[in-house]
Design a protein around this ligand. Structure first.
Ligand code: CA
Length: 341
């Protein structure tokens, strides 16, 4: 890719990535509009640097309605001290800041889904400009990337950390080791079905260790999932020897999402009747949920059956579904509970 021929990013950081100590600043993205001539989008960023060592890039708010990552990362940015760090920690708790302040998955400015916008464009939409800045300025600085996700307003997940099955097996091993160190109750090996345009793919193609999460959802955060996020980010930093101290390892169970048989989609609109809750075991062919037509009584529900055996890892959150909505994700159990060592 001829990135050399691209114009420079219009985003100006107010932080110096080579300066020692703690800086709280912004990625300032010029966005001139009716309400603000010569105005800007101000994306918060924190850089904590102490001498030589690896660099971790920690991100939340890639989708604007997912909250465990932002809660953990605003908190970490406020509390992590340089003398705890060997190397550099870059924290962007709300990557797609316009989406985050609107409480929406995609940007209200351009409807951009940041996690489908990579590698982005310096001369594109606001969302494409954010992607381009991460692609060409932030990702190249990182050795390790942790990008927090949750289910957002329309999905709810078992709390898990995950990494992708990769062609580069050495990189895959490092990523799975970081996932295990995160110590969520569940750890997932994901085969990405639709990887084009993802931040994940951009990082992995640069050879970066990339860890992601799905920690809950429904457009809010819970006390338990916030605790998992806070412990997980510190654990990953300790695992990478960027923060001093032992990894606080907890029991985690590994799951596999091996194919698109994991996913079920509604084929009719209607009222969702869950037949199994998150974490529940399910046999191949068993009914995961029923969708009741609501326009009149006396109609048989549409049954959604599992294409594989496993357990329910994610479900549609709102009580009503539309045709095409993702109703469920089933994952295969690949091992018993284990405490990583
Ligand atoms: Ca997400």
């Amino acid at each position: 890719m001829a990135t050399n021929s691209l114009p420079p990013s219009p985003i100006a950081p107010t932080v110096d990535f080579s300066a020692e100590g703690v800086q709280h600043g912004f990625l300032r993205l010029p966005y001139s509009r009716d309400e603000s001539a010569w105005g800007s989008v101000m994306i918060p960023i924190c850089v904590i640097r102490n001498g030589r060592g690896p660099t971790a890039l920690l991100t939340g708010g890639n989708h604007g309605d997912e909250y465990e990552g932002p809660v953990a990362l605003y908190d970490l940015a406020r509390t992590l001290q340089p003398d705890q760090v060997s190397g550099t920690v870059i924290i962007v708790p709300a990557m797609n800041y316009p989406a985050f302040v609107a409480g929406t998955r995609t940007s209200p400015i351009d409807k951009g889904n940041l996690n489908r916008s990579f590698p982005g464009r310096p001369d594109g939409t606001v969302t494409q400009k954010i992607a381009d800045y991460f692609q060409r300025e932030l990702l190249p600085r990182a050795d390790l990337v942790l990008d927090f996700h949750s289910g957002g307003k329309t999905l709810d997940f078992l709390p898990f950390a995950a990494a992708h099955i990769l062609a580069d097996k050495a990189l895959e091993r490092k990523a799975f080791a970081a996932v295990e160190a995160f110590s969520a109750p569940w750890s997932v090996k994901m085969l990405e079905i639709d990887a084009v345009g993802m931040y994940d793919t951009a990082a992995e193609e640069m050879g970066k260790i990339f860890v992601t999460t799905e920690l809950g959802g429904g457009g809010t955060a819970r006390a338990e999932t916030v605790r998992i996020a806070k412990r997980g980010v510190l654990n990953v930093l300790r695992h990478a020897s960027i923060v001093k101290g032992p990894v606080d390892r907890q029991v985690t169970r590994w799951l596999d999402m091996p194919s698109d048989d994991c996913f079920s989609f509604a084929e009719v609109d209607g009222l969702l009747e869950p037949m199994i809750d998150l974490g529940g075991e399910i046999a191949k062919g068993a009914t995961i949920a029923r969708v009741h037509p609501v326009g009149r009584t006396g109609q048989a529900p549409h049954e959604i059956k599992s294409k594989m055996a496993g357990l329910l890892a994610a479900r549609h959150f709102p009580g009503l579904v539309q045709a095409g909505d993702c109703v469920s994700v089933v994952a295969a159990v690949v091992s018993g509970a284990q405490k990583g060592g």
